[in-house]
Design a protein around this ligand. Structure first.
Ligand SMILES: [Zn+2]
Ligand SMILES: [Zn+2]
Length: 267
C-alpha cells in the first residue's frame, strides 16, 4: 500500500476518496493562518487552528454548496451583479440609507439546498454530524474577513427561551459558538444573557407582527465587552439579531458583528 493511501480520507458528503486533494486543502488552510498571523489583527488568534471539517469535503461537493461570495459587508445580503468584482467591503443601497444596529454580518452560506436541509436536521432531528463542516466553512470565511481588523472580544449565541431549550435539548447557536470559540480562541459569554419572551416562529408573520413578536425578547444582566459577535444558525430578516444587539448596546457593547452559518432572504 502506498503511503498516500494510508493518509486517505473519504469525503463526508459523497463518500469519494480524498488523497492529494485533501493535502492541498490543508496546505491552503495553513497558508491562510500564516497570512493572518502576520497581521496586527491576530493577537487573539490561535495558531493551533485546525479546521478538519472543511477538508473532509471533496472539490465536487464544495462546488455544490451555496457559499456566500459577494455579499453586503454590513447586512450580508447578496449584492447586485453590477457591484460584483468591486471591493469586498461593498455595502448595499439599503444599508447606505439606514444601517442596521450591528455593523457587520458574515455568513458562510446562502440558506439553500443542501445547507437548509443540514440545518433542519441539526435543529429538529439533533443530527450533529454536519455541524463541524458547516462551522469550518464559516471559520475560513472569518479568517479571510478579519485580516484587517481584530476579531471580536467575545461570542454570544442568541439565547433560546428556557422552555424551548428544554424541549429541544440544546441551543444550536450555542453549539456553533462553542466550536467557533475553540477554533478562533475567542471566549463565549452565556451568563447574564437570556431570552425572556417565548416568541412565536417569525416565519408566517408579516413585518409588523415580526417586530412586535421579537420586541423585548432578550435580557442582558452582565457587562459585555466593547466588541462582540452575535452567533445564530440562520439569519433571515435580521430582526432577532438587531433586537439582541439593541439590548447588548445598553450593556457595554459598542460594536456588534453578527455571524451565522447561513443567510436567508426573502425575494
Ligand atoms: Zn464529495
Ligand atoms: Zn446591506
Amino acid at each position: 500500500m502506498k503511503f498516500e493511501q494510508l493518509l486517505a480520507t473519504d469525503c463526508y458528503l459523497c463518500g469519494c476518496r480524498l488523497t492529494q486533494q485533501n493535502k492541498d486543502l490543508r496546505d491552503a488552510c495553513s497558508l491562510n493562518i500564516e497570512n493572518h498571523a502576520s497581521g496586527e489583527a491576530t493577537s487573539k488568534f490561535d495558531k493551533k487552528y485546525s479546521g478538519i471539517g472543511e477538508k473532509l469535503v471533496c472539490e465536487h461537493c464544495r462546488s455544490q454548496l451555496p457559499v456566500c461570495i459577494h455579499n453586503c459587508f454590513t447586512c450580508g445580503l447578496p449584492l447586485p451583479d453590477s457591484l460584483t468584482g468591486a471591493s469586498n467591503q461593498q455595502t448595499c443601497g439599503q444599508c447606505l440609507i439606514s444601517s442596521p444596529v450591528f455593523s457587520r454580518l458574515i455568513s458562510a452560506f446562502h440558506y439553500e439546498a443542501p445547507i437548509n436541509h443540514f440545518i433542519t436536521q441539526l435543529k429538529f432531528s439533533a443530527q450533529f454530524q454536519l455541524l463541524p463542516i458547516m462551522v469550518d466553512f464559516l471559520v475560513t470565511k472569518l479568517i479571510q474577513g478579519y485580516q484587517n481588523e481584530p476579531f471580536p472580544q467575545a461570542l454570544v449565541a442568541i439565547p433560546l427561551h428556557p422552555k424551548k431549550q428544554r424541549s429541544r435539548g440544546f441551543n444550536q447557536a450555542r453549539l456553533i459558538a462553542n466550536r467557533l470559540s475553540k477554533q478562533l480562541n475567542i471566549p463565549v459569554i452565556d451568563r447574564g444573557v437570556e431570552r425572556i419572551k417565548l416568541t412565536r416562529a417569525q416565519s408566517g408573520l408579516d413585518a409588523k407582527e415580526r417586530k412586535e413578536n421579537i420586541k423585548g425578547a432578550f435580557r442582558v444582566s452582565t457587562k459585555l465587552p466593547e466588541h462582540i459577535a452575535v452567533i445564530d444558525d440562520v439569519i433571515t430578516t435580521g430582526l432577532t439579531v438587531s433586537e439582541f444587539s439593541s439590548t447588548a448596546l445598553s450593556h457595554g457593547c459598542q460594536k456588534i458583528h453578527a455571524w451565522s452559518i447561513a443567510r436567508a432572504y426573502e425575494i
